[in-house]
Design a protein around this ligand. Structure first.
Ligand code: PMP
Length: 437
């Protein structure tokens, strides 16, 4: 299978290159390949599988749909299920946000919901430029790629949205200002405020600001809560709609239902996908009604609001709430970070361990090269790649992210147990040592 698919798929094929296994079955945090080998899946559909593979409540919801006469696809026509899904989703949001919120079902991917969010704020403000952040990732379509601060995909695609201003994300370890620590987010906020106050800067009237509260693909980088509050204050003062991309962070992953809740702020626009479809494709944009300048049909698409995905998503949302999965994700995330920090103290090629909840990154560095001004060694993508393969060999699926492809990303399903966390950390440690042997 591996060979025949590699021969027929496009050169853009990505995950199977680094994770060359053929998956036959999956349950919870485990996947089994065609040779019967079992792996811990810490990629979990790039953070989609909040409840892991084939969780009984998700399977039940899907079976119930199949056994009923309910439609599997209805465009965005009215169904009782849609009503239930929106009720459940709105009751998961902070009350102050939900009470004035509008929802738009989008195409099945996160990228489509980001496209919708951009169109929404452009329509509402009449402005065209947008503020985005270095290292951010928002999707792979023309529009979303334009907003993403990751060069790789953009390199040979011309004609992206020109009016994107990239701002410095508070990534303290590789501080854009060469200072690090708390100064990173303080300077970032001041820089951004100054830019917006300067009529000569050309960024005085953007249609919106977009960021991830924890950068995912950019290398699991949590923005300090003080910085998030500052971004909220600045955008509020300047009347700039704030879009928070929670495609990856939403639904408990970071230890709260939504990552913006750590900062106690409310966005103007919230984008959700991945986990809200309970492993099936679904995405939505939820926003303050004051932004609703859209005409009917302003964002359409055939596969919006898929009924099956709503059924699976509804079951997932309920389970997460009823079992306080977000709090568990926080505790388990702390446990995993503790284990990884123990390892960091013993080896010199782990430069940084960071994250929030069960969204954790380990930055692999080259201790044989010159450190930067902060004493941090350069990223070491080759070693990260070796560690990834050693992990795979030992039954652990991990993806690599970050701007220099040197961050090992841990995104296990949120139903992972303490024992499994310890086992994942143990395998990772073994793989690290083997990679350097
Ligand atoms: N935003 C974020 C934060 C993401 O992590 C992703 C996907 N990794 C996207 C947007 C795009 O979602 P999709 O791949 O479903 O288009």
């Amino acid at each position: 299978y591996l060979q025949s698919q590699a021969a027929r798929e496009s050169n853009a094929r990505s995950y199977p290159r680094r994770i060359p296994i053929a998956i036959l079955e999956a349950e919870g945090i485990y996947v089994k390949d065609m040779d019967g080998k079992v792996y811990y899946d810490c990629l979990a559909g790039a953070g989609t599988l909040a409840l892991g593979h084939n969780h009984p409540v998700v399977i039940d919801a899907i079976k119930t749909m199949l056994d009923s006469k309910r439609p599997l696809h209805t465009l965005d026509l009215t169904t009782p299920l849609k009503e239930q899904f929106v009720d459940e989703l709105f009751s998961s949001l902070p009350e102050a946000f939900a009470k004035d919120a509008r929802i738009q079902f989008c195409g099945p991917t996160g990228g489509d919901a980001i496209e919708a969010a951009i169109k929404l704020v452009k329509t509402a403000t009449g402005h065209r430029s947008i503020l985005s952040f270095q290292g951010g990732y928002h999707g792979s379509t023309h529009g979303t790629m334009s907003l993403s601060g990751t060069l790789g995909q953009k390199e040979r695609v011309h004609g992206l949205i020109p009016d994107v201003h990239f701002l410095p994300y508070p990534y303290a370890y590789r501080c854009p200002f060469g200072v690090g620590g708390e100064q990173t987010h303080r300077i970032s906020s001041r820089y951004i405020e100054n830019l917006l106050n300067d009529p000569e800067s050309g960024v005085v009237s953007p249609c919106g600001m977009i960021f991830e509260a924890v950068q995912g693909e950019g290398g699991s980088i949590p923005a300090p809560v003080e910085w998030i509050r500052e971004m909220r204050r600045i955008t509020q003062e300047k009347n700039i709609p704030l879009i928070i991309d929670e495609v990856q962070t939403g639904l408990g992953r970071t230890g709260k239902m939504f990552a913006f809740e750590h900062a106690g702020i409310l966005p103007d626009v919230l984008v959700l996908s991945k986990a809200i479809g309970g492993s099936l494709p679904l995405s939505v944009v939820i926003y303050h009604k004051k932004l609703d300048a859209w005409k009917p049909g302003a964002h359409i698409g055939t596969f919006r609001g898929n009924q099956m995905a709503m059924a699976a998503g509804l079951a997932t949302l309920k389970y997460i709430k009823e079992n306080d999965i977000a709090t568990k994700a926080e505790q388990l995330g702390n446990r995993l970070r503790d284990r990884l920090n123990e390892l960091k103290s013993k080896v010199e090629f782990i430069g940084d361990v960071r994250g929030r909840g069960l969204m954790i990154g380990v930055e692999i560095v080259n201790a044989n090269e010159e450190p930067d001004k902060l004493g941090h060694f350069p990223a070491y993508p080759k070693l990260a790649s070796r560690i990834q393969q050693e992990c795979l060999h030992r039954g652990l699926i991990l993806e690599i992210g970050g701007r220099h492809s040197a961050v090992m990303r841990f995104l296990p399903p949120l139903i992972v147990t303490e024992q499994q966390i310890d086992e994942i950390a143990r395998i990772f440690s073994e793989a690290c040592h083997a990679s350097c042997a």
